[in-house]
Design a protein around this ligand. Structure first.
Ligand code: KIV
Length: 305
C-alpha cells in the first residue's frame, strides 16, 4: 500500500498496521507433525520482544520460542535462574503481538514448576492466559514427567527440554556437554522417552554429541529440536541475538553467527552521533514542511511575544 504525504515519511514503523507483509498459513501442532513425518527439518528461533518476534515470524521460522535465555541476553542477568514468571509473561506477551504465523512456545522459568503438579499447572496456565503463548517449555526428564502428563492431559501443549538443562547448570558444574558416556547418553534417552510418554509434542535436545542426538531422535515418535546436538535431530533452535551476532559475552562451539549485529549497530550509532555533531543530520528530507503563508503568519504572531 502506498503512503502519501507526511504519513509516507513516517514510513516503515507504522506499516504493520496496514498489513503490508503477506502472511503465511498459521503453524499448528498438526502442521509441525506433518513436517516431522515428511522429514522436513523444523526451524525454531528465540524472540524476546515484539520486534524480534515479528522478524522471526516474517522470516518464516516454524516456531518462535520465548526462551529464558532472555534473562542473560536481553536483561543482563548473570544466569537464567534470576528471571521470574511475571517477567517471562511480560516478554512473552510482547512477542505474541509480533508473531502471526509461527507456533509460539514460552519457557517456564526456574522455580516456577517442578515442586508439584499444582504449581506446574498454575504457572503453565498463567503463561498461556497472560503471556498469550500457545505452548510452554520445561527443562527436565523423568523426575517431572508426571507433572508434564498432568498439564498435557488438561490441554496445555508442552515442549520438553533434555540434555543440557541450563536452569540446572550449578548442579551440572556449568554449561557442559551431556551424554558423553554410554551411561549418561542412556539417561538422556530415558528422559526423552519419559517426556514423549508424558505427552510432549516436541522436545529441545541441548548440547549432546551429534551421534547421540541422532540416535535419541531415531528412538522417538515426536520431533527433537536440537541446539548443539548435531544435524541428526528433527529440527534446530538458536537464540536470535546469538545467531545475529548481537551478544558476545559467551559464544558456544555450536553457534553459527549469520550476521555481525554488534559491530554493525555500533558503526551505525557512531555515524549518527558524528552526523549530529557535524550538523549533517537531520537534513532536508527528514524535515516536515509548512506552507509559506502559514509560516509567515506564525512568524508575525511570534514576533509579538
Ligand atoms: O532459553 C532458551 O533460549 C532456550 C533455547 C536455547 C533452547 O531454552
Amino acid at each position: 500500500m502506498a503512503l502519501s504525504g507526511d504519513m509516507g515519511k513516517i514510513g516503515r514503523r507504522y506499516s504493520h498496521y496496514l498489513n503490508e507483509s503477506p502472511s503465511r498459513p498459521k503453524m499448528t501442532i498438526p502442521g509441525l507433525r506433518k513436517l516431522y513425518r515428511q522429514g522436513t527439518p523444523i526451524t525454531m528461533l528465540t524472540a524476546h520482544d515484539y520486534i524480534s518476534g515479528r522478524i522471526a515470524d516474517e522470516a518464516g521460522v516454524d516456531m518462535v520460542l520465548v526462551g529464558d535465555s532472555l534473562a542473560m541476553v536481553a536483561l543482563g542477568y548473570k544466569d537464567t535462574n534470576e528471571i521470574g514468571l511475571d517477567e517471562m509473561i511480560h516478554h512473552t506477551r510482547a512477542v505474541s503481538r509480533g508473531v502471526e504465523s509461527a507456533f509460539l512456545v514460552a519457557d517456564l522459568p526456574f522455580g516456577t514448576y517442578g515442586k508439584n503438579g499444582d504449581q506446574t499447572y498454575e504457572s503453565a496456565v498463567a503463561m498461556v492466559k497472560r503471556g498469550k503463548t500457545e505452548a510452554v517449555k520445561l527443562e527436565g526428564g523423568i523426575e517431572i514427567a508426571d507433572q508434564i502428563a498432568k498439564i498435557t492431559a488438561l490441554g496445555i501443549p508442552v515442549c520438553g527440554h533434555v540434555g543440557l538443562t541450563p536452569q540446572r547448570q550449578s548442579s551440572l558444574g556449568g554449561f557442559k556437554v551431556q551424554g558423553k558416556t554410554a551411561a549418561t547418553a542412556m539417561s538422556v534417552l530415558r528422559d526423552a522417552i519419559a517426556l514423549q510418554e508424558a505427552g510432549c509434542f516436541a522436545m529441545v535436545l541441548e548440547a549432546v554429541p551429534d551421534r547421540v542426538g541422532e540416535l535419541v531422535t531415531s528412538k522417538l515418535k515426536v520431533p527433537t529440536i536440537g541446539i548443539g546436538a548435531g544435524p541428526g535431530t528433527s529440527g534446530q533452535v538458536l537464540v536470535q541475538l546469538d545467531m545475529l551476532g548481537g551478544f558476545d559475552s559467551f559464544v558456544p562451539k555450536f553457534l553459527k553467527q549469520y550476521a555481525n549485529m554488534l559491530d554493525h549497530n555500533r558503526a551505525a550509532i557512531r555515524e549518527y552521533s558524528e552526523e549530529v555533531k557535524q550538523r549533517q543530520f537531520p537534513a532536508k528530507p527528514h524535515c516536515y514542511t509548512i506552507n509559506d503563508r502559514e509560516f509567515e503568519e506564525f512568524a508575525n504572531l511570534a514576533e509579538k511575544i
